[in-house]
Design a protein around this ligand. Structure first.
Ligand code: COA
Length: 327
């Protein structure tokens, strides 16, 4: 039997503060009805002023480590997928390592926006399958509330904060990560980006005055690309493994917009009941969206040993990807 990486523990964490569509009505020219109708989102969680991405990531990680029945000291590496790190450097993964109190291992961040968790899962899977490392922590965590322009109704209604974590371990059984499929298209970088704060537009009064520290998005175009890329990568993951949509117990898509998931369901001719949807409560939590949805799915007891699940996501970059898992 070849070595596979199996998910042996999951965790998630969302901040306490709830921001509803009705709260947003008081902040920008929008309505609960518009947001619900166009996105499916009712409310989202918002990190406090003191909370940064590594705090969310740490709390989700603690739950995943406990769920796995291991100790932090059993980890061989930590990968955090985020585009809202606590600081430009060090990596948020190093800060999670410090909070977990583990030494003698390596930790790094992956920047693939909303596809980040699937990218991180794929990288971790390669380390484990190769036999070099045995146990790894993979986290998707973002605090988009910190980079959202709360005066821009086109974007501020969409996002929320959170973290999801998975512990992967080498296993010689036939369950685990079966295949991962990653793509990006840098030519579409300007569909979704934060222009300021990096080396292109370093912090300055002019940068702040022009509001470059906030998310810019071309929503309509992003919508179309999201539907096409996620549908295609799902088809590829199925074809590559000789499976059909009927073989998949549950699809776990990135939770950006209910209408995106509905369009994918229509394109693939798979009923909506076979897609996990929880975006009403959290909005788009970027890299945290897929692992939070995965955590909830497993908690709900809907997946049995031997079931196939398919994770899929897209995000800024643009990036997209899928991961087929046999539970
Ligand atoms: N409240 C009320 N009206 C709003 C609004 C809001 N929060 N946001 C936009 N509008 C308005 C627009 O200004 C526009 O008005 P106009 O016709 O007078 O110009 C109108 O609603 C329609 O805008 P449009 O952009 O066509 O709406 P849409 O149905 O495409 O929905 C998004 C907009 C952003 C919800 C949708 O395009 C989307 O979800 N895109 C993908 C974004 C995404 O997933 N990003 C993350 C990727 S990981």
């Amino acid at each position: 039997m070849p070595i596979r990486s199996r998910i042996i523990g999951l965790g998630s964490y969302v901040p306490e503060r709830v921001l509803t569509n009705y709260d947003l009505e008081k902040m920008v020219d929008t309505s609960h009805e518009w947001i619900l109708d166009r996105t499916g989102i009712s409310e989202r969680r918002i990190a406090s002023e003191e909370e940064a991405t590594s705090d969310l990531a740490y709390l989700a990680s603690q739950i995943a480590i406990r769920d796995a029945g291991i100790k932090p000291g059993d980890l061989d590496f930590i990968i955090v997928a985020t585009v809202t790190p606590d600081m430009l450097f060090p990596s948020s993964a190093c800060l999670v390592q410090q909070k977990l109190g583990v030494q003698g291992i390596f930790a790094f961040d992956i920047s693939a926006a909303c596809s980040g968790f699937i990218y991180a899962l794929s990288v971790a899977d390669q380390y484990i399958k190769s036999g070099i490392y045995r146990t790894g922590l993979v986290v998707g965590a973002d605090a988009f509330s910190k980079v959202v322009d709360w005066t821009d109704r086109n974007t501020c209604v969409l996002f929320g904060d959170g973290a999801g974590a998975a512990v992967l371990q080498a296993d010689s059984g036939n369950s685990g990560i079966i295949s991962t499929h990653l793509y990006s298209d840098g030519a579409l970088w300007d569909l979704l980006y934060v222009p300021g704060g990096g080396s292109r537009n370093p912090p300055s009064e002019a940068m702040l005055g022009n509001r470059l520290q906030y998310i810019k998005m071309r929503g309509n175009e992003t919508f179309k690309v999201a539907v096409n890329t996620m549908s295609e990568v799902i088809k590829e993951a199925l074809k590559c493994n000789g499976l059909t949509p009927d073989d998949i117990k549950l699809f776990i898509p990135h939770q950006a917009n209910l209408r995106i998931i509905q369009a994918i369901s229509k394109k693939l001719n798979v009923p909506m009941e076979r897609f996990k949807v929880n975006l009403a409560n959290y909005g788009n939590t970027s890299a945290a969206s897929v692992p939070i949805a995965l955590y909830e799915t497993i908690r709900e007891g809907k997946i049995e040993k031997g079931d196939y699940i398919l994770l899929e996501a897209f995000g800024a970059g643009l990036t997209w990807g899928a991961a087929l898992i046999k539970w």
